[in-house]
Design a protein around this ligand. Sequence first.
Ligand SMILES: NC(=O)c1ccc[n+]([C@@H]2O[C@H](COP(=O)([O-])OP(=O)(O)OC[C@H]3O[C@@H](n4cnc5c(N)ncnc54)[C@H](OP(=O)(O)O)[C@@H]3O)[C@@H](O)[C@H]2O)c1
Length: 418
Amino acid sequence: MLNLRILILTLQLLAPLSVLLAKRLLKLTAPKTEVIITLKIRMLTLTIVRTRTMLVPMLEDLVFPEIVFFKVVQIIIHPKRYPVHIKMQKAWFYEVHGPKEVLKLGDFPIPYPGQNQLLVQVCAAALNPIDFKLRSNPLVFTDFPVVPGCDMAGIVVAKGDHVSRFEVGDEVYGNIQNFNAKGEFKQLGTLAQFIVVEENLVASKPNNLSFEEAASLPVAVQTAVEGFKTAGFKEGQTIFIVGGAGGVGTLAVQLAKQLYRASLVAATTSTAKVEFLKTLGADEVVDYTKTRYEEVKKKYDLVYDTIGESKNSYVVAKDSAPVIDITWPPSNPRAVHSSLTVSGEILENLRPCLESGKLTAVIDPAGPFHFCDVIKAFEYLETGRARGKVVISPFSVPYLTYEFRNSKLVPQRSFIGY
Ligand SMILES: NC(=O)c1ccc[n+]([C@@H]2O[C@H](COP(=O)([O-])OP(=O)(O)OC[C@H]3O[C@@H](n4cnc5c(N)ncnc54)[C@H](OP(=O)(O)O)[C@@H]3O)[C@@H](O)[C@H]2O)c1
């Protein structure tokens, strides 16, 4: 037993030292590389700890020195770089592709920002279908572990030397995953307490929006705006939105009415959400459980399909009218695929609309889901029935919780999954 304890402590000691060694030998200075090495070594150590924990449950408490040890080492390595006292954070992650059950909550080092990056304390995040699509399948090239999540709203707690638009303390929001730039997929997504993001990807949070409302917007609104742009939609035209009640659909309906001043906005949804779509500004709501596309009497200047039914929905388009399909691949060769542009500028441009209340964030009433309930939130989103956005908030996680064991109150592991 004692030998095992010594072995584990030695491994824990070697892990952070090998970061220093690797840096020296390979002359690695880039912060990103260092974080990746730290993460990898840390995951290796934790895997050993986990195996140990399974084999010898009595030694569970050894995990605590490991965590404490890592914090101390991080402080020694970078005493001034970290603006916050705690150098470790909680994050949801997966190490293999698969269903929501592959998600685990664990400890990660807090990254520090590169020259053009902000370190943001996340106050709220939102889920998007892309998050579970990436989790389920290897759609982008990335190393494990992956922390999912694109959307967030939070507070800047540190910034790189070349950041010019934001200060520490600013409230920002944005989509941190720049899908437009190849090779820039971040392993550390927004389901973490702290993230780094390039300043050009975020915007100042409008004062009238809560963190939850702001976090719900980026991916969906960037996608919605791009669809109108791709179609060349003009003021006074008519539009038929397939799937008006989802994350993208709720914003497309509002943008069509308020920003692009469509003369007629029609949208589809199921029976229970018909009235809801009218409150968002839809002039006509087609209940898809009762009416087929062929039965819709009018023809429209644009068919905007957020569901991937362009194979059938195109029939409501006027003869030469564009059919936009945001799903990939579009089910109709006539449809044009539209993909979001990731940029903080788009969010900044929408500020007047958001501040005047013309554009509102729609948060699904089942949420916001607590950070500890991320798996439940994914389960809900993956039903395909969400109304607006599935939001995660708050992000505070008690580091230690207590439980009664053998009539004694003892600390419980708060890092679920280990
Ligand atoms: N190209 C891009 O850049 C891009 C960006 C973002 C998202 N996307 C893709 O766009 C799709 C939609 O994203 P999202 O975030 O809006 O998804 P979402 O929020 O999960 O959509 C859920 C909504 O879809 C509605 N819905 C489901 N089946 C429907 C049908 N047959 N007809 C009408 N409405 C239906 C549901 O309403 P009911 O309960 O009433 O059915 C629900 O309100 C996803 O496939 C996503 O991956 C693409």
